[in-house]
Design a binder for this molecule. Structure first.
Ligand SMILES: [Fe+2]
Ligand SMILES: [Fe+2]
Length: 216
């Protein structure tokens, strides 16, 4: 009878290599959605200026999803509790869908992702690791606050999207629904309320991101 193959548990190096692989796939657009896009067709706004505006908004949303991937990846890397890590990984799976839906929509709108995405990935990954190192309750607090801010931001986009862009609207609506659930999961797992200056710093960073990604 042969003995079972020897299996060692993953080392820090394995986790780091996994995180680097994830970063490269995310930035290269080599991410496939597990769920079909909520958009029922690929039609685009009739007017050229509306198409440009929709592309700017969807580029901002795509960059937001790049940040979400990086944040969850950084947090999962240092999460202490297995339940927290698996909640982060399952939310990251849904964020991958968002990322792929936004990227496809950008192509349909004859546009492209932001050139600054690698910078945003690096910054968000660092925030994820830092909040994770502070402890799971802070990491979850950071997640819950991020999702709350993203929810408000997506609501704004639903108002701003051109009236005849049903496809982008369907994607943003589904993303908002998922983000609300991610926030509730974080709170249910024991998220701490972040100090006000941290919330303000997060809002300021997200303002810089949304204003630059719309154009660049
Ligand atoms: Fe998302
Ligand atoms: Fe989310």
């Amino acid at each position: 009878m042969s003995s079972p193959p020897f299996r060692s548990s993953p080392t820090l190096l394995d986790h780091l290599l996994g995180a680097a692989d994830e970063a490269l796939r995310t930035l290269a657009g080599a991410v496939t959605a597990a769920r079909p896009t909520p958009a029922s067709d690929r039609s685009v706004p009739v007017s050229a200026s509306d198409r440009r505006h929709a592309a700017g908004l969807m580029r901002v949303n795509h960059t937001g999803e790049i940040c979400a991937q990086a944040l969850y990846s950084g947090q999962a890397l240092v999460a202490r509790d297995g339940r927290v890590r698996s909640a982060l990984q399952s939310a990251a799976g849904e964020e991958r869908d968002h990322l792929a839906w936004c990227r496809r929509r950008l192509t349909e709108l004859d546009s492209r992702p932001s050139l600054l995405d690698p910078l945003w990935y690096a910054g968000s990954f660092a925030w994820g690791v830092t909040s994770g190192l502070a402890g799971d309750k802070w990491s979850l607090g950071f997640l819950a606050e991020t999702e709350a801010q993203v929810e408000r931001h997506l609501e704004g986009h639903l108002d701003q999207l051109p009236a005849d862009d049903d496809a982008s609207r369907a994607i943003v609506e589904k993303m908002r629904e998922d983000e609300v659930r991610h926030g509730s999961t974080g709170r249910a797992l024991g998220a701490a309320e972040l100090p006000y200056p941290v919330k303000r710093a997060m809002q300021a960073a997200s303002r810089v991101m949304t204003r630059t990604a719309y154009w660049v």
